[in-house]
Ligand binder design. Structure first.
Ligand code: 1HN
Length: 346
């Protein structure tokens, strides 16, 4: 059973030096760090990033740094558990707020990590993914899956801001992160697939034998549909929590190889305490106000705020006076692929 393990300091100095010289290290002083008992001991710390505090900094970045000098003009939401400048919010999830000004374009590239965006502010922004032009309205979820060409543009008159979520930390850790640059894409002159092939739940284009569906068939999930789906589930779906997973309409599976997305509505005053989950998550508030306690620490949030939740955190949401709508980005798909995704009752 549980034993106190030997420390490095207990070992003779000459022996420690000899190990260093030989390029080896003893496991036992590190054993509990790399393999704690019972559950993981996350480095990540829950945190709330208030949009009102970041927005002026982002707009200032628009004055200080032209998009040509930034490639992507982003302020990264850094996990305080890893310290300032951390390129991640949790172990596997990167999030950042990106600004594009009217008339600007962000150049085309494709890369190994997958990305998704939730539109936070402004009209007229669009992203082009594999030649498909995806308009970006408030609350829309827009995907740029691994390996897909993407560039951004802005045809409106006010700044556009969106939240990027990527599985970048994982690719970086795997030494698998890189990008290829290219010219701005030619845009197919037709509406995106959310307005053509996948307008209605339960309907997909007929596929002939030997003509499989594209791997990432639907890249834009308009918020207006998500909000209506949540409202109708709240009204007619019973007393359960009002949550809907975004899925690939051809497979019913996760949207991206490592990242999943769930839309959550909190009814006024509703309290929700989900099971403990081995997944880490970032919540983005589309509309409404509320409070979420994470391991007992209270975060009061409002529209456009973003907060992170480490693995196995105790989460207690409380809705405010009006219905609140959040989009949760999580790494459950990754953990399921690795066969260790777990939930535990509270
Ligand atoms: C990226 O490609 C985008 O395409 C945004 O908008 C943020 C952060 C790290 C690496 C690549 C984008 C990114 C990124």
């Amino acid at each position: 059973m549980s034993q106190t393990l030997g420390t490095l300091e207990e070992l003779p100095a000459e022996y420690r030096q000899a190990m260093t010289d030989a390029g080896v290290a003893p496991l036992w002083p590190m054993m509990r760090n790399v393999l704690p008992h019972g559950q993981p001991q996350p480095v990540s710390k829950a945190h709330l990033w208030a949009f009102d505090a970041i927005r002026p900094l982002l707009l200032e970045a628009g004055e200080l740094t032209p998009v040509e000098k930034a490639e992507r003009r982003v302020l990264v939401l850094s996990d305080p558990g890893r310290g300032n400048g951390a390129m991640q919010a949790t172990a596997s999830i990167y999030v950042g707020l990106q600004l594009l000004l009217p008339g600007e374009t962000a150049p085309a590239h494709r890369h190994t990590p997958s990305a998704a965006r939730v539109i936070v502010e402004g009209k007229g922004g669009y992203t082009v993914v594999g030649g498909e032009k995806l308009p970006m309205d408030d609350g829309d979820l827009v995907l740029t899956p691994t390996g897909e060409w993407h560039d951004h543009g802005h045809e409106g008159t006010e700044p556009v801001i969106w939240l990027d979520a990527l599985d970048l930390p994982l690719y970086y850790y795997l030494e698998g992160s890189y990008a290829i640059e290219g010219p701005l894409q030619a845009q197919r002159n037709r509406p995106d697939a959310s307005q053509v092939e996948y307008q209605a739940a339960g309907l997909t284009p007929t596929r002939r034998l030997g003509q499989p569906a594209p791997r990432f068939p639907l890249l834009r999930f308009p918020w207006s549909r998500t909000e209506k789906a949540l409202n109708d589930l709240a009204a007619f779906g019973g007393a359960e929590s009002v949550e809907m997973d975004y899925v690939n309409p051809e497979t019913g599976g996760d949207l991206l190889p490592t990242l999943g997305f769930t839309a959550l509505m909190l009814r006024p005053g509703e309290k929700l305490s989900p099971s403990l989950s081995s997944a880490s998550a970032v919540f983005h508030v589309v509309k409404g106000k509320g409070t979420t306690k994470v391991n007992g620490e209270a975060f009061s949030w409002g529209p456009k705020d973003t907060f992170s939740v480490p693995v196995f955190a105790e989460i207690d949401h409380t809705g405010g006076d009006e219905p609140a709508y959040l989009i949760q980005v999580h790494d459950r798909p990754l953990q399921k692929k690795l066969d260790y995704y777990e939930e535990r009752p509270r």
